[in-house]
Design a protein around this ligand. Structure first.
Ligand code: ADP
Ligand code: MG
Length: 270
């Protein structure tokens, strides 16, 4: 029998306490502390190597921190099926011969236990999850045949089938066209109504500012955490991105321009 920690829902869904991670003596995360309330949508932004994926691994319980602890509803690491990790697309083997419905059913595996076959409730949860992300019509399609945006939606459906209360999405927008990004934001809206807490790592500062409740500016340590006006200041952006980001004023507010990220000189629209 797997050990499943009980929840104390009067506590924050996630509480990071002084978490540091060291790889061979190099600090990837330094004294990271923060709390998430249930239903919040928070974007984590920071340059490559800032520690975003490392932070997700600690929260998911697959990487023990060198110091500190991540508590889920007041409980330390364990088999928390209420947390789902939506992987970066580059980390998935897309040649693996499995169809969309099977991928989503994988979200039920931790709930099934040993030697149990999916029951009607499991399949109906899979169906509901696929419907929510608008992928019902492709349930029998091989996962490798889908577009990037569709693949991302399937992994969100898997997290939904797991009945996850906290979803960790590692760069779900990277490499998607504007329409597919909008589809993902539409799904995030539905998740908000379901009171699912969402933590998204992203490179897109402007989208982060527009679409999330709070932003975390991360580079080994938390440089800023709050609403866009508090976090997107020249000082904090300089500190996180070593001077490679600039803020300019536009008709409808501020816009962040990147000098070096993603190929150099890319203008990120507001
Ligand atoms: P991000 O996701 O923000 O790009 P990562 O969390 O992947 O950053 O990496 C943070 C730092 O930790 C980087 O310097 C990276 O090289 C290092 N790192 C990540 N995972 C490992 C690992 N398994 N072993 C050694 N170093 C690692
Ligand atoms: Mg990463």
């Amino acid at each position: 029998m797997q050990h499943r920690p009980a929840h104390d829902t009067s506590r924050p869904i996630l509480e990071m306490k002084n978490v540091s991670v060291r790889f061979n003596g190099t600090l990837a995360l330094e004294r990271v502390s923060f709390q998430l309330q249930r239903g919040e949508r928070v974007a984590i932004i920071g340059p490559n190597g800032a520690g975003k994926s490392t932070l997700f691994n600690v929260i998911a319980g697959v990487l023990p921190p060198s110091q500190g602890q991540a508590d889920i509803y007041g409980h330390g690491p364990g088999q928390h099926t209420c947390i789902a990790y939506v992987p970066q697309r580059s980390q998935v083997d897309w040649k693996f011969p499995v169809n969309v419905a099977d991928v989503v059913m994988m979200g039920r595996v931790s709930k099934l236990g040993l030697f149990r076959w999916p029951k009607r409730r499991d399949w109906s949860l899979v169906e509901e999850s696929l419907a929510l992300v608008g992928m019902s019509h492709l349930a029998k399609r091989q996962i490798g045949e889908l577009s990037g945006g569709q693949q991302q939606r399937v992994f969100i459906a898997r997290a939904l089938a797991q009945e996850a209360e906290l979803m960790l999405m590692d760069e779900p927008l990277t490499g998607l066209d504007v329409k597919s990004q909008e589809d993902i934001f539409g799904i995030l809206e539905k998740l908000r109504r379901l009171n699912v807490t969402v933590l998204v790592a992203t490179h897109d500062l402007n989208l982060a500012a527009e679409r999330f409740d709070r932003l975390m500016l991360l580079n080994q340590r938390i440089i800023g955490f709050g609403q866009a006006q508090q976090v997107f200041t020249p000082e904090l952006l300089n500190e996180a991105y070593s001077g490679s980001m600039r803020l300019i004023e536009t008709a409808n507010g501020m816009m962040v321009i990147s000098d070096t990220c993603c190929g150099g000189g890319d203008h990120v629209h507001a």
